[in-house]
Ligand binder design. Structure first.
Ligand SMILES: *Cc1c(COP(=O)(O)O)cnc(C)c1O
Length: 222
């Protein structure tokens, strides 16, 4: 199916569920993004700072860029310049650095706190316990950026029960923060979970944003 066809299909499937589609365009050319854009897609995800910059500079200004990759501190300035949403906030130090760059640039990015519940240790993010420990400090010290929710991934496995358990754990952590520490922050409303292979389970578990790459753009060239 064409890129536009996939966007239409996914948008139709998500209609009425209150779920935003993030099209993950990493490792795909700007032309592919332009095709999705022409089909009405506005939220795009990138995982490398230089690639984000190159695409942002040549594509329409009303694209909302999300950064979803591991963010090294020396790339923070570039990412804050181009991304409206940084989904991969995985340390207190990174959050603080993003916040000071945001002040310097006069921008107000949205931050998702990345939580690690999957079995693989290669995946980054706070453990649920760490997240609950740092969240009060982040809430009180981050001033320019806005903390708008959590992002997570399920274990990469055929074991559907495990995948569902991971999504339920991410959603539960989100609810704990939303109804507790962030109860007076209506912007804390996003739980980003679900990818090409597992998004229906993520939506069933209460995702509000799915991040789809392969299913829209085809396989990536590494
Ligand atoms: C690459 C990536 C995706 C998209 O994965 P697909 O399986 O291609 O849909 C989603 N989220 C994150 C954090 C990613 O790095």
């Amino acid at each position: 199916m064409s890129i536009a066809g996939k966007i239409d299909e996914l948008t139709g499937q998500l209609a009425g569920h209150g779920v935003t589609l993030l099209a993950v365009s990493k490792f795909h050319p700007a032309e592919a993004v332009a095709e999705a854009y022409a089909a009405g897609q506005r939220h795009f995800g990138e995982s490398r700072a230089n690639e984000l910059q190159a695409k942002a500079e040549q594509l329409p200004e009303d694209i909302v860029w999300h950064f979803i990759g591991h963010l090294q501190t020396n790339k923070v300035r570039k990412v804050v310049r181009y991304a409206k949403v940084i989904q991969s906030v995985d340390s207190e130090r990174l959050a603080t650095l993003i916040d000071s760059e945001a002040a310097r640039l006069g921008v107000k990015p949205d931050l998702l706190l990345q939580v690690h519940v999957a079995a693989e240790d290669t995946k980054t993010g706070f453990s649920p316990a760490e997240l609950l420990e740092v969240a009060p400090r982040l809430r009180d010290t981050i001033r320019n950026a806005r903390i708008t929710g959590v992002m997570g991934m399920a274990t990469n496995t055929d074991d559907v029960a495990r995948v569902r358990r991971d999504f339920a754990a991410i959603r539960e952590l989100f609810d704990t923060l939303r109804t507790g520490l962030f109860a007076d922050r209506p912007e804390f409303a996003t739980v980003s979970m679900g990818m090409s292979d597992d998004w229906p389970d993520a939506v069933a578990a209460g995702s509000t944003m799915i991040r789809i790459g392969t299913d829209i753009f085809g396989s990536r060239q590494y």
